[in-house]
Design a protein around this ligand. Structure first.
Ligand SMILES: [Zn+2]
Ligand SMILES: [Zn+2]
Length: 153
């Protein structure tokens, strides 16, 4: 039996969360981690109790779906809602964060961003992460780690 690494474990968690996405444009998941513990998670979705893009279609303005709260934002807002500090935390996301999420991640004091897939990787986001001394590292998910059929009875 091979033991799953922390990076793969948290990245798998983000990919599981992405499966809960309600916006059809992009399924994204994010997991916030501190001291190897998951403190929050989020996926691309509408406000609680609101209409879902999968039911009503996306609400697109200027090529963006305005109905959706990004996975990273949802995870950060969960921390805000329940008073969980995000200073010096790490975030595992399925896709490279957009500019808005990049700024929120920096401002929340998160120090490391692990992402699995490149997604438009905005040069200004890269610049801001550098400027804020936030470490950004690509961690691809090995599909094998989420094959639960391997678990022996
Ligand atoms: Zn949408
Ligand atoms: Zn975003």
């Amino acid at each position: 039996m091979t033991r799953i690494s922390w990076d793969q474990y948290f990245m798998a968690q983000s990919h599981l969360l992405a499966l809960r996405s309600t916006c059809t444009r992009l399924t994204v998941g994010a997991t916030i981690v501190r001291d190897k513990r998951i403190i929050a998670g989020g996926y691309n979705g509408s406000i609680a109790g609101g209409d879902h893009c999968i039911d009503k279609g996306c609400y697109v303005i200027d090529h963006h779906c305005v109905r959706t709260i990004h996975a990273e934002m949802n995870a950060l807002l969960q921390c805000a809602k329940f008073g969980v500090p995000t200073e010096n935390a790490e975030i595992y996301v399925t896709h490279f964060p957009c500019l808005q999420c990049c700024k929120a991640i920096i401002q929340a004091g998160i120090k490391t961003v692990y992402y699995a897939k490149d997604y438009k990787n905005h040069p200004y986001a890269i610049e801001l992460f550098n400027q804020a001394d936030v470490k950004v590292e690509k961690v691809e998910l090995m599909e094998k780690v989420i094959d639960f059929r391997e678990i022996q009875a």
